[in-house]
Design a protein around this ligand. Sequence first.
Ligand SMILES: Cc1ncc(COP(=O)(O)O)c(C=O)c1O
Length: 391
Amino acid sequence: MNSIFDHLIPRQGSLSLKHDGLQSTFGVSDAQAMWVADMDFSAPSAVSQALQLRAQHPIYGYSMVPESLYEALIDWMRVQHDWEIERDWIVLTPGVVPCLSTVVMALTNEKEGVIVQPPVYFPFLSIADNTGRTTLENPLVLRLDQFDNLRYEIDFDHFELCAKQAKILLLCSPHNPVGRVWHEDELARLLAIAKQHGLLILADEIHADLVYPDAKHLVLGKMDVDQAHVITAVAPSKTFNIPGLGLSALIVPHSPSRKAIELQLSKTGVSVANPFSLVAFEAAYRHGHYWLAGLMDYLQQTRDLVNTYFKQHIPQITVTPAEGTYLLWLDCRKLKLDDQQLQTFFIHQAKLALSPGALFGTGGRGFMRMNIATSQANILMALEKLKAALV
Ligand SMILES: Cc1ncc(COP(=O)(O)O)c(C=O)c1O
């Protein structure tokens, strides 16, 4: 026990969706919660202190966005991602999911194609339907690498066919749930095809800061030299465990696209006036560097511990090697259970609440997504329960 991340505060009773929502989602309350993508760790103390300070002023009216918040994001992108962005490119939005459909509405026309790459974060799958556009699936391909590890790749030939019929790609980078951090050559190839066919890319980079040292996240927007093809969505929410506060940013260098997005936001009356989310956003980006370094050390140890444990004790299930995110994609196909049986096995026999792979669309069947952002003691307990249930 030598890390701040070993010490957890109980979340039960705090209206936590992950913990207190077990009964309504899984029909049980005694399973270990490893589903919703938030962490069991306290946010950086700089964030809590900034929130407490703001709470002391007892008037919680509509807030203005301070210039210092934009500066904090600009500095973060420069230091953490080597990308020099301009103040004018930033459009604040109340969360990444709401802004996905806003961008699609603003920059595409009815019935135009929206490419998604399943298995993928499930809200991506319904954006086209919800906005009167057409979903085009470009499923990821699952291969074995030279060490016999599972590895997801983009099917570029199929992507090019889709690009000819589509207006926008919703790119998940790093990818939830398969854990890939896309390489420079993969991103360059995507971008080249997009440019050739006049396709926009909305890069959801919400997991960009949660990358293990054996990989490197590259911001796609930085590679887009004409600054016309890529819109980037970022947020401190996953990185610093403040997703309930709901504030994110779109980075849109192309001025006509930005104006169209701003117009769309104004039509729906979306605003970012919550005083607490503004304060937390700025404090996290301004003061979070060291906390994040410690978090990634801890998560890396946890990821490695989980990989080793599965190899040694639960060989029936294969962990897809994660290059980023705290979400592990478990290949349970050897158990030969259908969706319902797999869910029943995890919930009722192993007493673990994971996200079912089928939720993530094509290619998700037979997989489960495990959230490892909890203490290593909790992780070991979960692994032991799973091992015992499989005997
Ligand atoms: C890829 C991705 N985008 C967006 C979100 C959610 O973003 P927000 O809470 O800002 O809507 C998640 C949450 O898991 C995610 O994994």
